[in-house]
Design a protein around this ligand. Structure first.
Ligand code: BJW
Ligand code: ZN
Length: 268
């Protein structure tokens, strides 16, 4: 029923935008942040999701910082796009979806074939210069060995190895992962583009986000009065009050049904 209504909305829509969070990658084996089995259950966000906390952990145990980094990177490296990512990519390819605004850093929308992706919190495969801000893409096999090298109990050795193994910008300064931690600003161009896209769409697909992290969570409320919002999530989120249609379920099950009712199949 809600799926049929969503299909009708997609067919009528002149501009549809998707807004995604960690839940869309859950079926790819990437844990969400909050909730059962979430990353924050194992690593407290107080310490691991902001620069000052990470520095404190580093002072106590550099190895813990290396373990955390390796855990997050390896999980994402081993993940493949699931049917939800492919469904959105298929909708974009067939002209039913204008863009995907994502809070995820895992690159899975792009790996599924989506071309118009706005990343709010960065990308795990990119680093940026701490001096001039220039961004560089890295291959998995360039990133993976760094963590083993960093595993040491000595703060001095950790810092020395981190500086030695960090990518160097053409300006000579070192680069850091291009991932937005708490207390850091979101990339201005992405945020501005996302605001524009949400304000100008008439259908918003909100998939797999708890809607508690700002400023990302302030985007869906910017949708115009006439904009229909469809949410796909196994649980209600902090943004569910905005939804015209709430489809309770896993993105990897719900989105392919929508795509196949439109007469397509997710490219996999
Ligand atoms: C499924 C599913 C399936 C499961 N299918 N669905 C006080 C009030 C308001 C704001 C603030 C405040 N104090 C500080 C702030 C600002 C702060 C913030 O918002 N904090 C709140 C948590 C309170 N924001 C920031 O600091 C941001 N910067 C900023 O605001 O700068 C200016 C400023 C600074 C300081 C003070 C004030 C202003 C930066 C935010 C950066 C977020 N970074 C992270 C990653 C860290 C990297 C790392 O360490 O790994 O981004 S945090 C994490 O949360 C990650 C995500 O992108 C983000 C959002 O989470 P998401 O995607 O919604 O995931 P979950 O796990 O929360 O939800 C998953 C959902 O999926 C659930 O609903 C499930 O039900 C569902 N689901 N399976 C579909 N199969
Ligand atoms: Zn530079």
């Amino acid at each position: 029923m809600q799926i049929d209504e969503t299909v009708d909305l997609l067919q009528e829509s002149e501009k549809t935008v998707a807004f995604t969070g960690a839940g869309i990658s859950a079926e790819s084996g990437v844990p969400t942040f909050r909730g059962e089995g979430g990353l924050w259950k194992e690593y407290s966000p107080t310490f691991y999701a902001n620069p000052i906390g990470l520095f404190l952990v580093f002072l106590i145990s550099p190895k813990k910082v290396a373990n955390f980094g390796q855990d997050v990177f390896e999980t994402i490296f081993n993940a493949k796009p699931n049917l939800a990512h492919s469904s959105l990519a298929e909708l974009e390819g067939k002209g039913f979806l204008s863009c995907t605004i994502t809070q995820n850093i895992d690159n899975l929308h792009q790996e599924a074939g989506a071309e118009n992706v706005i990343e709010l919190h960065g990308n795990i495969y990119r680093v940026k210069c701490i001096g001039c801000g220039k961004k560089y893409w890295l291959e998995k096999d360039e990133i993976a060995p760094i963590f083993d090298k960093l595993k040491t109990r000595s703060r001095f050795r950790f810092a020395k190895r981190a500086i030695e193994s960090a990518e160097r910008c053409e300006c000579g300064r070192i680069c850091r992962p291009d991932v937005v931690l708490f207390g850091e600003s979101l990339p201005k161009d992405s945020l501005e583009k996302a605001i524009q896209e949400i304000r100008s769409c008439d259908l918003l697909l909100m998939v797999g986000t708890s809607g508690v992290v700002y400023p990302a969570a302030s985007l869906p409320p910017l949708a115009g009065d006439g904009t229909k919002i469809v949410e796909v999530n196994p649980e209600a989120s902090s943004l569910s009050h905005l939804s015209d249609i709430f489809i309770q379920g896993n993105a990897g099950e719900v989105l392919p049904k929508i795509v196949s009712k439109l007469g397509f199949s997710p490219i996999f």
